[in-house]
Design a protein around this ligand. Structure first.
Ligand SMILES: CC(=O)SCCNC(=O)CCNC(=O)[C@H](O)C(C)(C)COP(=O)(O)OP(=O)(O)OC[C@H]1O[C@@H](n2cnc3c(N)ncnc32)[C@H](O)[C@@H]1OP(=O)(O)O
Ligand SMILES: CC(C)C(=O)C(=O)O
Ligand SMILES: [Mg+2]
Length: 513
């Protein structure tokens, strides 16, 4: 079996999804989980794009041990030098440089001739090689590039020192046969191609990202680039979990293997959804809520007689548990701590105590505490590390009746430590809460999007609220989970604002350094 490397770009291309904005603690948490998942390379961000991304990539490079950590850079010296400062801590520093090669991009975006593009590509790879032992070079929009130009530029960047060549279908336009043919063409026409690792990077605009990635592997690609839950620019990237499971389940056809630890798939998918606020569609392959649900009588009859009638992937393969009661309101701190360790959390005693308090509060209200609930409580503690003073919800009360105007009263502590109270009406309960909060916080807020979903099963399942807004002109996403969706909504709203306050403080600290 040929081993295929998995390059995860959830934290870079995935974060480019509209509405996603992860902070350093959240990125670090996802990177740790990607390491457990067995990804060969983690693209942690774009260090030159912002101080926040620089910090996140630096922390991830310092923390992650068993996956290679990389970051994206334009073919620009200052991007490369900044990336080095963030990535130099890795055991094998790796940089990912990209430059567009299609006529459309060269003419309209870069405004460069093909010869100039070759020169810039070669110079940037040579410059990167002064620092980095591993340099991946991507021909952005490779699929819409002239194949002979690709052959020429790829040969030159290999001569300049590139160690991996990536040929993306940047706009998700290729069919599997066409994308495979491009790899075949380069394999047969670039003289030095066997000196480098060949990589595929597919987007899902026509729903073919996973199929295209597999076609690339069949035609010589050694590495596939993908994201958890398929998040990414526009319609997203190839979904990592779908790719890995497809190669595994159909190894009889493909004969390829990856180092992905299948047991970690469900957990990774949930974590990414929880921290990005991007819901997973119920019927999504492998990780959707319905992926293992059998609804109709004939299917249920078949499943009861023999699971192989309708089940080609078992939920156990991807680490799906039955989610039965694990701890209850009479459980003590020791059992709680043991369970946290068993679930893979490494928290200080102080954070365990905070999580334990949240667990007891929930256990008082909810009959059964599931593993999903524990993950939410523990992850919330794990990602809390900033001590910037922010808004804190003290209480929220809503008066609602179908014949009256909903009214919300809210009390909160502001970043100066003052307790403020306000009341306001709205056409619904959530709008009343948002209107009240808008009066209480300092600055201009504009609500863009709001969503509630349930976590886990049953009528007492936790409610998750995701709020997308602009605060003083900057877009931000907040998320929170509570047993009551109105409380979750108020907290999610404040979390979005608090995120901007923390970002602002980090930006001003960076300027003073
Ligand atoms: C296919 C992909 O996913 S590519 C990755 C996309 N990801 C991102 O863009 C996220 C991070 N980006 C950012 O934060 C910003 O765009 C920055 C910091 C990188 C650059 O910001 P700005 O300097 O304000 O430039 P802006 O984004 O408006 O324009 C991009 C510039 O880079 C140039 N450029 C684009 N790609 C490349 C490249 N690979 N190498 C060199 N220059 C490039 C463009 O031609 C344009 O140059 P111009 O100003 O001379 O016209
Ligand atoms: C930066 C490159 C690899 C990219 O994301 C794309 O071309 O889609
Ligand atoms: Mg991409």
């Amino acid at each position: 079996m040929r081993k295929i490397d998995v390059f995860d770009t959830t934290l870079r291309d995935g974060e480019q999804s509209a509405g996603i904005n992860l902070n350093t603690a959240e990125k670090l948490e996802i990177a740790r989980q990607l390491e457990k998942l067995g990804t060969d390379v983690i693209e942690a961000g774009f260090p030159a794009s912002s101080q926040g991304d620089f910090e996140a990539v630096r922390k991830i490079a310092q923390t992650v041990q068993s996956s290679i950590v990389t970051g994206l850079a334009r073919a620009v010296k200052s991007d490369i030098d900044t990336s080095w400062e963030a990535l130099k801590y890795g055991a094998e520093p790796h940089l990912h440089i990209f430059l567009a090669t299609s006529p459309i991009h060269m003419t309209h975006k870069l405004k460069k001739t093909p010869d100039q593009v070759v020169e810039i590509a070669v110079e940037s790879v040579k410059h990167a090689k002064k620092h980095f032992p591993l340099v991946q070079w991507s021909a952005e929009d490779a699929f819409r590039s002239d194949p002979d130009f690709l052959v020429r530029i790829v040969e030159k960047v290999i001569q300049a020192g590139a160690t991996t060549i990536n040929l993306p279908d940047t706009v998700g336009y290729a069919t599997p046969a066409e994308y495979g043919a491009m790899f075949n063409y380069l394999k047969n026409n670039v003289k030095s191609i066997d000196k480098v690792k060949l990589s595929a990077h597919c987007h899902n605009d026509l729903g073919m990202a996973v199929a295209n990635s597999i076609a690339a592997i069949e035609n010589g690609a050694d590495q596939v680039e993908a994201t958890i839950n398929g998040i990414g620019e526009r319609a997203g990237n190839a979904a990592l979990e779908e790719l890995a499971v497809a190669l595994h389940i159909r190894k009889d056809v493909y004969n390829f293997e990856t180092a992905i630890q299948f047991q970690e798939i469900k957990r990774t998918s949930q974590l990414v959804s929880q921290l990005t606020g991007m819901a997973i569609q119920a019927n999504k392959a492998v990780v959707g809520k319905n992926a293992f649900a059998h609804e109709s009588g004939i299917h249920q009859d078949g499943m009861l007689k023999d699971r192989s009638t309708y089940e080609i992937i078992t939920p156990e393969l991807i680490g799906e548990t039955s989610n039965q009661l694990v701890l209850g309101k009479h459980s003590g701190r020791h059992a709680f701590k043991n369970k946290a360790v068993e679930l893979g959390f490494d928290l200080t005693d102080e954070k365990i105590n905070e999580a334990f308090k949240a667990f007891k509060t929930l256990a008082d209200k909810k009959k059964q505490i599931s593993e999903d609930d524990l993950y939410i409580i523990l992850t919330d503690q794990q990602i809390q590390e900033d001590d910037t003073p922010v808004y804190e919800l003290k209480s929220v009360q809503v008066q609602y009746g179908n014949g009256s105007i909903p009214t919300a009263s809210v009390s909160l502590k502001n970043p100066k430590g003052e307790i403020l109270q306000e009341a306001s009406t709205g056409s619904g309960s959530v709008e009343a809460i948002c209107n009240t909060l808008e009066r209480l916080v300092q600055g201009k807020v504009h609500l863009l999007d709001y969503r509630v979903t349930s976590i886990g099963k049953g009528r007492d399942a936790l409610g998750e609220a995701v709020v997308n807004l602009t605060y003083n002109g900057k877009s931000s996403t907040g998320r929170d989970v509570a047993q009551d969706v109105l409380e979750a909504s108020a907290k999610a709203y404040l979390n979005a604002i608090n995120r901007q306050i923390v970002n602002e403080r980090n930006r001003s600290l960076a300027k003073t350094v």
